[in-house]
Design a protein around this ligand. Sequence first.
Ligand code: HEM
Length: 261
Amino acid sequence: MSQAIDLYPGGGLRGKTHKSRWPAKLDVLQSTSGLLLGLFMWAHMAFVSTILISKDAMWWVTRMFEGQFIIGERYPGIVASIVAVVAVLFVLHGVLAMRKLPANFQQYKNFREHRKTLQHEDTTLWWMQAVTGMVLVFLASVHLYQMLMHPGDIGPYESADRVWSGRWWPLYLVLLFAVELHGGVGLYRLAVKWGWFEGKNPDRTRTLLKRLKWGITAFFLVLGALTLAAYMKIGYEHRHLAGERYVPARLQTNAPANPQQ
Ligand code: HEM
């Protein structure tokens, strides 16, 4: 005697015919972690790019995050805690996203055929997000580990020396493109997926959102490239003194630089 089994997404194959809510819950979690990471990256770029204002401005931001102006002393552990939270979000988001990737060559081939047949820009954008996401798994992990283990080595000279003398700039360059393309597409897809700003004419909204997305991506790519170039220039000029910490002119004494300054 045969028993008919209906298949539902997330329902499994063991004769259970109820719909599971888990795929939807995991989708909400994936979207929320992605949104938080996207917002973090905007803030991150704002703080890191203060080097374009001046070395003192970036020094001030660094010390502010270390709590110096409130506690009176540097506590790089505060920065490490922020990195730890971002790292947890990053891993969570990555693991949740991996559910959606093709798991073997046959699945990849099927997806490629669909993409070619559909010729829909949003499907191509999804693929771009999958590829840049994989790039991020490798490159952002390295950066996060460095920041987690050396949170006290952030500053105008400290960062610039790492970028130039420490030869981190090639990694940052690729990371910059990967994160801006990934984040831009991600935020756009969030808006489309959950129907934010849909209004009376969803097609028109989608066109506007797409333009906004490319505008935001271009803005952050230019800002990020200028910022990276500034760190490279400072690092190059400071290469013979690499390792020396930055001390604002008004705090300089003739005594050797104090790491607590
Ligand atoms: C997913 C997480 C992250 C990504 C994708 C990321 C990406 C990047 C990129 C692309 C740059 C180069 C900047 C440029 O091109 O203008 C950069 C630099 C930098 N990032 Fe991040 N970042 C992440 C998390 C963090 C966290 C959590 C911190 C510390 C709290 C941090 C601190 C810095 C600093 C200080 C720099 C300046 C260069 C240096 O000191 O090495 N980043 N990051």
